[in-house]
Write a protein that binds this ligand. Structure first.
Ligand code: LMR
Length: 393
């Protein structure tokens, strides 16, 4: 049976990490996979996570099963982080999932059961895993205009014009904040306009929140999401603790549904649990146990918030330093847009060939679509990276 299989196509992000590891050059910089690094180039275990681990290790008495929905206290914590203070909390349900990609798949499977004809609209460009996951769930995918390669900002006019064609059988997938790959976020007025379109045309918004706290702050990063959740009848949300809790390998995320009534979302949750049972049965516990431990303790929560805001500040500083380097030492304002982008990523506007040149000639690993991970820079690399960007551009 295996001889019928075609040669696999490698994941454009995960395969880069392997290539980087195998690159023997001394001068190399990993700006590929979306992982936060400190100035020493490390991805440390966050302080609050270290303390929570001590608590969990000393208090957890069993490794017996938790349940299909994972840890319900964790699920409530995720609902609070996303939707606190909105009326949507009266008609919401959540399940813990293996990372946000697991949540994307569970919600994709749910859509396929609840509304088999669904078309999911994703931004052009979008996170590389959005299309594969939605298609693997059997859904159709369409793109909407999002990014202007000229201004390197969101082209809201084109985006809204495309989305005005979406109707009741459609789901519109948005990035809650820190758009992946571009770093260009929609502003609050665009959130308002999309909400109005959803109300008028009847499509369902689906918001992927993978970087809460990395953009403008924990609350500000979900301002648009909260506005929308108050006003639309139904909504799907995925969230991840990979970045803001640094729990990448622990695969900690949640799938959230907002519905017309508590009864509707209870049914949706029931269906999600059946789907989870048929896929992985239940999510791994450790990451969720840590997050729950932090968010149910005021002291640990404030340590976590402090560190998260230090990480956010570091990203801003790196953006600024890179732009200053390009402006002051290379006399160009061509890359000033980098400073206006949010979160970990920026699209440089380079072609696949230029990205290959960066990798092959300079050992600088960005994604083929032109994305670089700002959080992968260390201060000492900035002159080298700026120089290579200029030589390749
Ligand atoms: C990324 O976009 O680099 C991360 O979200 C990692 C992933 O899962 O692809």
């Amino acid at each position: 049976m295996f001889s019928q299989l075609p040669t696999p196509v490698l994941d454009p992000i995960l395969s880069l990490s392997v290539a980087y590891r195998n690159d023997m050059r001394k001068e190399k910089v990993d700006l590929g996979i979306g992982v936060y690094r400190n100035s020493a180039g490390e991805t440390p275990i966050m302080r609050a996570i270290q303390q929570a681990q001590d608590v969990v290790v000393s208090t957890q008495k069993t490794k017996s099963y938790v349940g299909l929905a994972g840890c319900e206290e964790f699920n409530q914590c995720m609902i609070n982080l996303l939707l606190e203070g909105t009326s949507a909390t009266d008609r919401v349900a959540a399940i813990q999932t293996p990372g946000a990609s697991g949540a994307l798949r569970m919600l994709g499977d749910l859509m396929k059961v609840a509304q088999p004809d669904t078309t999911v609209w994703i931004s052009n460009p979008s996170y590389v895993n959005h299309k594969p996951v939605m298609e693997a769930a059997g859904l159709k995918v369409r793109y909407y205009h999002y990014f202007s390669p000229v201004t390197k900002q969101v082209d809201a006019e084109k985006m809204l014009s495309d989305l005005s064609q979406a109707g009741p059988n459609d789901v519109v997938l948005l990035h809650g904040c820190c758009h992946n790959p571009t770093g260009a976020d929609i502003d609050f007025s665009a959130w308002q306009a999309i909400t109005e379109l959803a109300q008028k045309n009847g499509f369902t918004p689906f918001v992927d929140v993978a970087y809460q706290g990395f953009g403008d702050g924990l609350e500000q990063d979900v301002q648009g999401l909260r506005y929308m959740a108050e006003r639309v009848e139904e909504m799907l949300i995925t969230t991840s603790c990979s970045k803001n809790f640094g729990l990448y390998r622990e695969r900690t995320g949640a799938a959230v549904v907002v519905g017309k009534s508590q009864r509707d979302v209870d049914n949706a949750k029931g269906k999600l649990l059946t789907l989870a049972r048929a896929t992985y049965t239940m999510p791994p516990d450790h990451g969720a146990a840590l997050v729950k431990t932090i968010l149910s303790d005021q002291g640990l929560t404030s340590i976590w918030k402090q560190e998260l805001s230090e990480m956010q500040q570091r990203l801003l500083n790196l953006r600024q330093t890179l732009c200053n380097e390009l402006r002051n030492n290379h006399n160009t304002t061509q890359f000033d847009f980098i400073e206006s982008h949010k979160g970990m990523f920026t699209v440089l506007g380079f072609s696949q060939d230029q990205m290959t040149q960066l990798r092959e000639q300079y050992g600088i690993y960005g994604v083929g679509d032109g994305r670089i991970n700002i959080a992968g820079l260390s201060e000492k690399d900035i002159p080298y990276v700026a120089d290579a960007i200029i030589k390749v551009s």
